[in-house]
Structures are given as C-alpha cells and as structure tokens.
Design a binder for this molecule. Structure first.
Ligand SMILES: Nc1ncnc2c1ncn2[C@@H]1O[C@H](COP(=O)(O)OP(=O)(O)O)[C@@H](O)[C@H]1O
Ligand SMILES: [Mg+2]
Length: 228
C-alpha cells in the first residue's frame, strides 16, 4: 500500500525525521507510537501529501483514496456549520463544492451519523458539541469519504471513554472491510488489544512489525527521551 525509503524531514534546521524506511501492507491496522516530538504527526503529514520530504522517496499504491484526521482538528468549531454540513464535506471529492446532494448521498450522510451515534444531531451547530461528539462527527465524515487509507493522528485525545469504545469498534470494522489504517496512539494497552502491527518512532524507526514484538521493554529502552 505504502512504502517509504530513506525519508528525512526538517523544519528549517530542525531534523524531525531521519532516514525513515518502512512499508505498510494493504489492509494493515498499524499504530504509530513514540514520545512527544518523535515525528509521528510529521510522518502522517508526509503520507497525506501535506508536506514533502527533502530526502527519500514515498511510493503509494495507485488510485489510493486517503482520508486524514489531523491531531488537533483544523476545523474552527465556532464556524457556523451544522453537523450535517460537516459530514457532507466528506463528499466534496466526489461531488465538488457546487454539486448537489443526491438522495443517495443524503442518505449516506444520515447513515454515517447513525453509525457514530449522532442520529438526530444533524441540524445542531458545531459549537454545541462536546469533544467526544465532535470526534464522532469527524468519524462520520470519514465514513462518507470511504477512503482506502485512513490516517488518524491521536484520534482519542480528549475523548470520553464510551466514545473511545465506539470509535474503536468503527476502526475494527473498517479494518475488516479491508481498509488500511495508520493511527498515532498513546495508550499502549489499546495498541496491544486492537492493533496487530506497530511502528515505534523516535525521529528514526526504533522498531516496526508485529505489535507484541515492537512493544517490548528492550525496544522501549532504546528511546532516548533527552534526544528529542
Ligand atoms: N511547523 C513546525 N515548525 C517547526 N518545528 C516543528 C513544526 N512542526 C513540528 N515541529 C517539530 O518537529 C518535531 C516533531 O513534531 P511532530 O511530528 O509534531 O511530533 P509528534 O507528533 O511525534 O509529537 C517536534 O520537535 C516539533 O516541535
Ligand atoms: Mg503529534
């Protein structure tokens, strides 16, 4: 699905990623873990094509549709949009900004709201949502986007426990549907329980592969926190 070879990235003089070589197989459900400042968000931005590495190459399988959930949502929640509008934004790639919503597309929006437990929230405005409800909404938008590769940057930060459970169910379902998922995660217990493969990052790849092999005291000990 995806292959990075010898990728490095710097913000001005600051080296954020060094010589990253890693591949992600189709239908993988992979966690990206590592300390703060390890370059996890930078890695996802490179894969999402939002920034271009100065060195190295990235190969992405042909015709892969990518959905990217940023770490802190860039959506201004005071902006006067309804829940329905935000989910409909997931269809822009398909219908264009001025394209009308067919009955089928409209139905897919209500289906997605239902799937994340936000039925009857369609006409609510963004500013009325809790953190957990907002994250549910962004997941509903990803349902209608129907991408092949999902890049999720800390999807459970500042999200309540029941929402984490529900959203993990969705991620598991996407995995079963054959989607490829890469998620930056902090909770190692969730990683062990839900993610078959893991990338441990600290500017460089410390370890990548089967989660039980990667989350290992000897690998975790290799992370020099002072270096970052
Ligand atoms: N836009 C930026 N300009 C300058 N430095 C940045 C920028 N974004 C991130 N960095 C730095 O790059 C390093 C890696 O950042 P990031 O990829 O966000 O790490 P992580 O997501 O693992 O916490 C950090 O030291 C961070 O301060
Ligand atoms: Mg980050």
């Amino acid at each position: 699905m995806l292959e990075l070879s010898h990728v490095s990235y710097s913000y001005n003089e600051f080296k954020a990623l060094q010589d990253i070589s890693v591949s992600v197989l189709p239908q993988a459900l992979t966690a990206v873990i590592g300390p703060n400042g390890a370059g996890k968000s930078t890695l996802l931005k490179i894969i999402a094509n939002l920034i271009t590495p100065a060195k190295g190459k990235m190969k992405l399988a042909k015709n892969v549709k990518i959905a990217y959930l940023p770490q802190y949502s860039l959506l201004d929640r005071t902006f006067p949009l309804t829940v329905f509008d935000v989910v409909a934004m997931g269809l822009w790639q398909d219908i264009g900004i001025f394209g009308g919503l067919s009955k089928k597309k409209t139905e897919s929006i209500y289906f997605a709201l239902d799937a994340v437990g936000l039925n009857d929230f369609d006409s609510r405005s963004l500013s009325d949502l809790s953190g957990g409800q907002f994250q549910r909404l962004l997941f509903a938008r990803m349902i209608v986007q129907n991408a092949d590769l999902l890049l999720l940057d800390e999807p459970f930060a500042a999200v309540d426990e029941p929402t984490v459970k529900d959203l993990l169910k969705l991620i598991t379902m996407w995995h079963q549907q054959g989607k490829t998922i890469l998620a930056v995660m902090h909770n190692l217990k969730l990683v062990k329980n839900y993610f078959p493969t893991t990338i441990l990052l600290a500017k460089k790849i410390i370890s990548a592969g089967k989660t039980s092999d990667v989350i290992d005291p000897s690998n975790l000990a290799k992370i020099s926190f002072t270096e970052i």
